[in-house]
Write a protein that binds this ligand. Structure first.
Ligand SMILES: [Zn+2]
Ligand SMILES: [Zn+2]
Length: 393
C-alpha cells in the first residue's frame, strides 16, 4: 500500500514529471533539469554536489547515526525525438522528448528524497541520491564519468538501487529479476579495403561488396554455431555501406552493428570469434580490413539477496500478486556499471494503461505513462531505504 503521507505528494510528483517532460534536455546538456534538481535537494537540507560528470547532481542525506550508505539512482536525460502526443504537458522543445520515462525517474527520486529527509531521524546510515546525465547516449554514458568523479565514495556506497518505469508492465505492478536483467551492448565497425574498378572487369579488382555480403551471413553463425543454445546472444549488422554507382566496384565497404549478450563469457567468445572470422574471410579474398570493436554497457546483474529484499518491499507496496518476475532483455543500461562495483538492484515499475492508450513502447514519439505509476515508484524508494536503514543507532 501507499502510505497516506506519501499519497499526499501525488500531485507534486506529477507536476514535477510534467515540468521535466515539457522541457526535455539530452545527453550531458541538462542545465535546466539539473538546476531544478539541485534547488529541490537544497531546499530539503541535503548536502548537494552539482556538475558531477558535467550536469549530474548528487544529494546526500545523513541519518540519525552510523550505518550503511544506500545509493538511489535516477537518469535525467531525454531523447532526440519529436513528440507526437497531444497533451497539455507536451514537449515545448523542438526535436527533444522524454520518451523513455526519465522525467518520471527524476521526479520520483526528488519526492522520495523529500519523504526520507522528513524521516531522517529514523534512519541509521546515509542515502545518496544520484541524478545521472546521458543514459541514452553510450558511449560514454553518464554513469562511468560519475564513478570516475567519485560518486561511489565519501561516504562509500554499500548498495545501489534504480528504477525504470516500464510500459511493458501494467501500472500497479513491479517487475524484478535476480541475476542478469539487461545486456552488454557492444558496437562494432568493419571496414573492408578492396580494390575498386569497372563493374565489367571484376577480375582486376578486389570486390568488397561480395566480401561484405559473405560476412553478414557468416557472422550469423557467431551466435548459432558458437554460443550454447541455452544462452542468449544477438549479432545485428544494422548499417552497411558501399559504392556510388551500379557499374563501379567500390574501394571499400563498411559494416556497423551491435552485439548483445547476457554473460561475460559469451561476450568474449563472440568478440574473439568475430575477429577470427573477419580475418579468415578477408584472407580468403585477399582483402585488407579494420575491425573496431567497442565494449558498451556491462551486463546488468542484480544481486540475488537484495533482489529478495526488493521483492518483499514490492509485495507490501503493490500486493503479492502484482510483483512479477520479468525475463531478461537484450537492451542495455549503464546502471550496470554501478552494479558492477556495488551490489544492488535495478527493477521495473509498471507504467502502462492500455485502456487509456498509455501503453506505447519506450522511444516511440507517442510514448506516455499512466502517472499513477509515479507514486508507486516514490513509495518503493522510500520503503526500500526504510527497510535497509531502520533500527536504532
Ligand atoms: Zn531509453
Ligand atoms: Zn531509459
Amino acid at each position: 500500500m501507499i502510505e497516506p503521507e506519501v499519497l499526499k505528494l501525488r500531485d507534486e510528483v506529477v507536476q514535477l514529471r510534467r515540468t521535466f517532460h515539457m522541457y526535455p534536455e539530452i545527453e550531458f546538456d541538462l542545465h535546466k533539469t539539473s538546476q531544478i534538481v539541485a534547488e529541490y535537494l537544497e531546499s530539503l537540507g541535503l548536502e548537494v554536489k552539482c556538475n558531477v560528470a558535467k550536469t549530474g547532481v548528487v544529494g546526500l542525506l545523513r541519518g540519525a547515526g552510523p550505518g550503511k550508505t544506500i545509493m538511489l539512482r535516477a537518469d535525467m536525460d531525454a531523447l532526440p525525438l519529436q513528440e507526437l502526443n497531444d497533451v497539455p504537458y507536451k514537449s515545448r522543445i523542438d526535436g527533444a522528448m522524454h520518451a523513455c520515462g526519465h522525467d518520471g525517474h527524476t521526479a520520483m527520486l526528488l519526492v522520495a528524497a523529500k519523504v526520507l529527509a522528513s524521516r531522517k531521524n529514523e534512519l541509521c546510515g546515509n542515502v545518496k541520491f544520484v541524478f545521472q546525465p546521458s543514459e541514452e547516449r553510450f558511449p560514454p554514458g553518464g554513469a562511468l564519468p560519475m564513478i570516475e568523479e567519485g560518486v561511489l565514495e565519501n561516504p562509500k556506497v554499500d548498495f545501489a538501487f534504480g528504477i525504470h518505469l516500464w510500459n511493458a508492465l501494467p501500472v500497479g505492478t513491479v517487475g524484478v529479476r535476480a541475476g542478469a536483467l539487461l545486456a552488454a551492448a557492444d558496437e562494432f565497425r568493419i571496414v573492408l579495403k578492396g580494390k575498386g574498378g569497372h563493374g565489367a572487369y571484376p577480375h582486376v579488382c578486389k570486390d568488397p561488396v561480395v566480401v561484405a555480403s559473405e560476412l553478414v551471413l557468416a557472422m550469423q553463425t557467431l551466435v548459432s554455431r558458437n554460443v550454447d543454445p541455452l544462452e542468449s546472444a544477438v549479432v545485428t549488422v544494422g548499417k552497411i555501406h558501399a559504392g556510388t554507382a551500379f557499374n563501379i566496384i567500390p574501394e571499400t565497404a563498411t559494416l556497423e552493428g551491435t552485439v548483445r549478450t547476457l554473460n561475460e563469457q559469451v561476450r568474449s567468445t563472440i568478440k574473439q570469434r568475430m575477429e577470427q572470422m573477419v580475418r579468415g574471410i578477408c584472407d580468403a579474398y585477399g582483402m585488407e580490413f579494420e575491425l573496431d570493436y567497442k565494449d558498451g554497457t556491462a551486463v546488468l546483474i542484480n544481486d540475488p539477496d537484495l533482489t529478495k529484499v526488493v521483492q518483499k518491499v514490492a509485495e507490501k507496496v503493490v500486493g503479492k500478486d502484482r510483483v512479477v518476475e520479468v525475463p531478461p532483455s537484450m537492451g542495455g543500461e549503464d546502471m550496470s556499471f554501478f552494479l558492477q562495483r556495488v551490489p544492488g538492484v535495478f527493477y521495473l515499475v509498471g507504467s502502462a494503461n492500455a485502456e487509456k492508450g498509455l501503453d506505447k513502447p519506450h522511444h516511440s514519439p507517442y510514448y506516455d505513462i499512466d502517472e499513477d505509476a509515479l507514486i508507486v515508484g516514490v513509495q518503493m524508494h522510500v520503503s526500500l531505504v526504510t527497510e535497509l536503514l531502520k533500527g536504532s543507532c
